[in-house]
Design a binder for this molecule. Structure first.
Ligand code: MF3
Ligand code: CO
Length: 248
């Protein structure tokens, strides 16, 4: 069942979203060669708790950190640790917070120092796919219109979209109905209505779409070890324009 939020709930999700966006801004300011992924995780924890919120990933299914940091061929759920960021890496930061019972969830992918042209193109395409998905977030669109917007945008630029992980409804829980695949035909699935809140999160690969999980049981990598990028926003369907809750 897809839960539609009241205005009071949307107000709280706006607050949660702002805290997530603000934390992402701090993280971005601290990305540079030589920084470890554990240092970024600590920054995220400090920032979110300062604002009276909690990191929603910490302890979720025993996940051991506040932040997911996925480098290069890693696409999602990379665990922060002693790894040092290097020039030319691309890193995805995925972060969620709970504020007064409501969640916000967002991810970005950025280059560390100068990155090669293909990596830049991948990042721009994944960001564009998310924007195309958000543009479908209006009353009267179908859920499938979001999926198709992402798939057609990414594939027409020569990239592939991950099948194994999907976007999701969000609210009192980090993961609510519906699941939102990043591929599939338009004009299918539920009709979008005001008050629905979604975490849209395209994951786009340079090579094939297949993925596998490493021995730490969390880190997801591309099967062919080619680069992957990930962007995510929490978005509300309104009477008018889509409202991006995790953008400052
Ligand atoms: N943004 C991811 C998601 O929507 C975060 C989950 S990571 C976990 O599923 F550590 F919390 F599992
Ligand atoms: Co998510």
């Amino acid at each position: 069942m897809v839960i539609r939020k009241s205005n009071r709930e949307l107000a709280l999700m706006r607050e949660a979203g702002k805290i997530v966006a603000h934390t992402h801004a701090i993280l971005q300011d601290n990305i540079r060669p030589g920084v470890t992924t554990a240092e970024l995780d600590a920054l995220a924890y400090d920032e979110v708790t300062k604002h009276g919120a909690e990191p929603s990933f910490l302890g979720y299914r025993d996940y051991p950190a506040s932040l997911c940091v996925s480098v290069n061929e890693e696409l999602v759920h990379g665990i922060p640790g002693p790894r040092v960021l290097n020039d030319g890496d691309i890193i995805s930061l995925d972060f969620g917070a709970i504020y007064r019972g409501y969640h916000g969830d967002a991810a970005i992918t950025v280059g560390v120092g100068p990155i090669d042209k293909k990596a830049q193109e991948l990042i721009e395409t994944t960001r564009g796919a998310l924007e195309a998905a958000i543009a479908q977030c209006r009353r009267g669109s179908y859920l499938g219109d979001i999926s198709w917007a992402i798939q057609s945008y990414a594939e027409s630029r020569g990239f592939s979209v991950v099948r194994q992980y999907v976007g999701h409804g969000i609210g009192r829980n980090m993961h609510e109905d519906p699941q939102i695949p990043n591929y599939g035909p338009p004009r299918r699935g539920i009709l979008l209505k005001p008050g629905m809140t979604f975490a849209l999160e395209p994951m786009v690969n340079v090579g094939g779409y297949l993925t596998r999980v490493l021995d730490d049981n969390w880190t997801v990598v591309t099967d062919d070890r080619e680069l992957s990028a990930h962007f995510e926003h929490t978005v509300a369907i309104t009477d008018g324009e889509p409202e991006i809750l995790t953008r400052l």
